[in-house]
Design a protein around this ligand. Structure first.
Ligand code: UDX
Length: 458
């Protein structure tokens, strides 16, 4: 099928690349002509694992192309995926102006019926407004539009894998024709028939992928409800960690055991610096706001948000307790991205920690496997390093802020010999407590035993 993707951010590019890999003809467009030029030159403007491979192979097969002529892209396609940004406004409400612009563009440029698929994360009822807008902006009464909500559940860093091997595909529709068309678009994925760049032809056997057909309102709610629930789970683990610290229990022991109950599940119970990124914080806010507009007080989500904001304060309390005076001290900040395997620093707890340390006059040295150039643009006061051991050299403390494997695998014996003081404040719980004790480190993390200087044999 001829498909168009509007918006070449990570969701749009992953959607376009994977659907092209699955055999469709995809044309991608964006208002940012520089981005289109980059894509046409074979460059991938974002770091997303496997995305460059899929884009390269889809391009070589002639299945994907890029243009800044949105009208042409729209006219050439039967189905259009809207993948534009919906950033939060000051009051937490999602800003839907990009969706409105795209609706106007589709309505004015289309010369034949279109299936318009809303993939951007939007509050419930947006699909219905989108249909109204398409009809209102259209000048050609012979052109009809059918609207579908098809929320994405793509984690940054594993988005290609999530798209090709999904837990579920949700399509919110108003009629059976739209459902049938969506089933056709996703057929190669439902049947798992594509050449998988992630597993090189050896994909793990998985259960059949369910395609859930719902109303548009339900589909939109599913996305926000899922992300908000996961955010709630993380905040639960974080409060639990605080309690474990006070009581003298180990949060990992507690959450491991909890997670073995299939009704709870072990994922998203990792205590630490809390959640960031462009989805969870904004989705949570938008969901609370949406509930408020219809008179439903989603108080538990407000608590989850409050807990999350306090994680940075809790982390910095640990830094203050360990270092006493921060001003002028050299600290090594390990991690800038909001989580591992991405270069995304938007709403990154790590960046917030860096900013607050800079404000307090610390001499911050930082590293991240992918996010240094993005961080540099917003925090030029920090000294950046490529190598983790260069970052640690002469530091009075190592602060772990992102859960990269590179930091999990640090040789702390070597690091200890380079650092000015053997002190680690681990915001992601990556280090082995026993090992840090053996190496005579002062070691502080969330919800576990704190290894203080006076308790270690020096
Ligand atoms: C999320 C959703 O998972 C995805 O389905 C959705 O479509 C987009 O939003 P993403 O923002 O890429 O994906 O990040 P995710 O992997 O979900 O992690 C979110 C944040 O929670 C990160 O900052 C991560 O460090 C934090 N986190 C995650 C924890 O603090 N503890 C955990 O146990 C898990």
């Amino acid at each position: 099928m001829d498909l168009c993707v509007i918006g070449c951010g990570y969701v749009g590019l992953v959607t376009g690349a994977c659907l092209a890999e699955a055999g469709h003809d995809v044309i991608c467009t964006d208002v940012d002509s520089a981005r289109i030029a980059q894509l046409n030159a074979g460059q991938v403007p974002i770091y997303e694992h496997h995305l460059d491979d899929v884009l390269k192979s889809a391009r070589a097969a002639g299945k994907i192309s890029y243009t800044d002529d949105a009208g042409d892209a729209i006219r050439r396609s039967e189905a259009i995926f809207i993948c534009v940004g919906t950033p939060p406004k000051e009051n937490g409400q999602a800003d839907l102006s990009a969706i409105d612009n795209v609706a106007r563009q589709i309505a004015t440029e289309a010369l034949s019926p279109k299936l318009v698929i809303e993939k951007s994360t939007v509050p419930a009822r947006t699909g219905l407004e989108l249909r109204r807008a398409l009809n209102a902006y259209s000048r050609n009464s012979a052109v009809t539009f059918r609207v579908v909500s098809n929320p994405e559940f793509l984690r940054e860093g594993t988005a290609v894998e999530d798209f090709l091997h999904p837990d579920r595909i949700v399509v919110g529709v108003e009629d059976e024709t739209s459902a049938a068309q969506m089933r056709e678009i996703y057929r190669p994925i439902l049947e798992q028939k594509f050449s998988c760049p992630v597993h090189n032809g050896a994909c793990p056997a998985t259960a059949d992928v369910p395609l859930l057909v719902t109303t548009i309102n339900s589909a939109e709610l599913i996305k926000h409800a899922s992300n908000s629930f996961l955010a709630l789970k993380i905040s639960y683990a974080n409060v639990l960690a605080d309690l474990c610290e006070k009581i003298g229990a180990d949060v990992n022991e507690v959450t491991n055991a909890m997670g073995l109950d299939p009704r709870i599940g072990g994922q998203f119970l990792q205590a630490g610096l809390g959640f960031g990124g462009f989805c969870f914080p904004k989705d949570l806010q938008a969901f609370v706001h949406l509930a408020g507009t219809v008179g439903v007080d989603f108080d538990i989500l407000k608590a989850a948000e409050r807990v999350n904001k306090q994680r940075i304060d809790r982390f910095l309390e640990k830094v203050h307790q360990a270092l006493w005076v921060i001003k002028g001290k050299r600290v090594a900040l390990l991690g800038l991205a909001f989580k591992a395997n991405t270069d995304d620093t938007r709403f990154s707890p790590a960046l917030e920690v860096a900013q607050r340390l800079v404000n307090e006059g610390a001499d911050v040295h930082a590293t991240d496997p992918e996010a240094v150039s993005r961080a540099k643009a917003v925090l030029p006061q920090v000294t950046y390093h490529e190598d983790v051991y260069d970052t640690l050299r002469d530091a009075e403390a190592a602060l772990i802020c992102t859960d990269w494997d590179e930091f999990r695998n640090i040789d702390w014996q070597k690091a200890g010999s380079l650092m000015a003081r053997r002190l680690v404040i681990d915001g992601r719980g990556l280090c082995d407590l026993q090992r840090m004790r053996e190496l005579d480190f002062e070691y502080f993390s969330f919800g576990r035993e704190q290894l203080r200087a006076h308790a270690t044999a020096r």
